[in-house]
Design a protein around this ligand. Structure first.
Ligand code: ACO
Length: 402
């Protein structure tokens, strides 16, 4: 057997794998993906079964604890989430300091990091504190998300309610006001719940790898979660859901069926890509996109509404999937392609889409953080590089420089 620690100490053994396409950074028992067959399982359970039958907090419990909860465990977990949903009153001043129009992901990353100052943690966490901090984060991220939206539209904050469950509580904080009751629609609640389930974990993606990397230095867990949020923000990762809707809106406004956009996305001189298409791991189909497309169909027909952007999305998929450029590169719709349409139907503003993704992903990030902490060997993440810079040269005084 190869002794990895010996290899690590011999600096001549360095492999180059840009973007870590073929390098496993850890062993993990949380999520299984078979990208060729379009398989995704959380703790062994197929994503399709979880999306159909479970609720987000049940899935959060599963990811964090390894098993689905029984009724008593679920009730305890749900009650704990509710009781942990308030954020320190003094944090409210921070919301006032952000410029109007700030992107909610910037606010979310900042506010989650600032939890470390309001809720200081000892250097070593005992297991009860560790689990409580995790529950606080899963709950508080939702409160912070809703508060940042309220601030961005200049409305008073709506506090979490003890009576409402996770998703209902979030929607209520987002959309009700002291002068307006928000009518919670069961179909919308269910669709958002399913959205969160589908986003809850996805093994070593960019943001989860950031969480593990930041966590490997034993940084404060609030800062670690904030690192995950920052990585998620980018348009090649979680930010794609916002970009998909902007792309569909552009196509709609231009009045075409998307052919022109597809041609642009294929053009190597252009920087544009077909947003919501392609995935590092899925080379056949993304099972989350399949579930979401069906959910869109169901939701729109149940609500009796039609969204022209959904029609454009389906048309784009049809054109792309019969185009050799996309076929040869194995580019299929990913989770972000249809997810934005569900959020749009729920009235979630486009700049909040990635925030919703972050709420969903929080249990996954924290499950990975805990798995890493309790692993057999906690090593700091420290990839090597291949140096391609200047060879040795000597300092010149400024007068001697060309
Ligand atoms: N539109 C057009 N061309 C694409 C697209 C796309 N969406 N995605 C990949 N390609 C092309 C690339 O230009 C490249 O072509 P080439 O071989 O001729 O140079 C080839 O397909 C391979 O692409 P890479 O970028 O090398 O693939 P990688 O695995 O590194 O990237 C990624 C995956 C980032 C998701 C990419 O497909 C992409 O940018 N998609 C659009 C953004 C998006 O939807 N992101 C969400 C991902 S899912 C998630 O994070 C939740």
């Amino acid at each position: 057997a190869i002794d990895i620690s010996k290899l690590r100490s011999q600096s001549s053994y360095v492999t180059l794998d840009e973007g870590y396409g073929n390098t496993a950074s850890c062993e993990s028992a949380i999520t299984y993906i078979d990208g060729e067959k379009g398989v995704l399982r959380y703790r062994g359970y197929p994503i399709e079964e979880l999306a159909e039958n479970s609720r987000f907090i049940e899935v959060a419990y599963l990811l964090l604890n390894g098993e689905l909860p029984n009724s008593r465990q679920l009730l305890e977990f749900s009650t704990n989430l509710n009781e942990s949903s308030i954020i320190h009153e003094d944090m409210h001043h921070f919301f006032n300091g952000f410029p109007r129009g700030s992107h909610p992901m910037g606010i979310l990353a900042t506010m989650v990091a600032s939890l470390s100052t309001f809720y200081p943690l000892p250097d070593r966490l005992d297991s009860a504190t560790e689990m409580q901090v995790v529950i606080n984060l899963v709950s508080q991220v939702r409160t912070i998300a809703a508060f940042s939206y309220k601030k961005s539209i200049g409305e008073p904050l709506i506090y979490p309610s003890y009576k409402l469950k996770y998703v209902r509580n979030f929607l209520n904080m987002m959309f009700s006001s002291p002068v307006r009751d928000y009518q919670l629609d069961d179909d919308i609640v269910r669709a958002i719940d399913m959205f969160l389930i589908l986003h809850a974990d996805h093994e070593q993606n960019c943001s989860t790898s950031s969480v593990r990397t930041a966590g490997s230095s034993m940084a404060n867990v609030y800062a670690v979660a904030s690192a995950g949020i920052s990585s998620l923000w980018g348009p090649r990762h979680g930010g794609a859901n916002q970009q998909v809707i902007q792309m569909l809106e552009q196509i709609h406004a231009a009045g075409g069926d998307g052919t022109e956009f597809i041609n642009q996305a294929k053009d190597k001189n252009s920087t544009s890509r077909l947003m919501g298409f392609g995935h590092r791991v899925y080379k056949n189909f993304d099972p989350r996109a399949m579930v979401l497309k069906k959910q869109c169909d169901k939701l729109f027909s149940k609500m009796g509404v039609s969204d022209p952007l959904f029609d454009i999305a389906k048309k784009l998929e049809e054109i792309a999937l019969s185009d050799d450029y996309f076929i040869s590169r194995k580019l299929y719709p990913n989770v972000d392609f249809y997810s934005g349409l569900i959020l749009r139907a729920a009235g979630i503003p486009t700049n909040m889409f990635t925030v919703l993704f972050a709420i969903g992903r929080m249990p996954g990030w924290l499950a990975h953080w805990r798995e890493m902490l309790h692993g057999e060997q906690v090593v700091i993440t420290r990839p090597r590089q291949i140096y391609v810079g200047e060879p040795l040269r000597h300092y010149q005084n400024i007068e001697q420089r060309p």
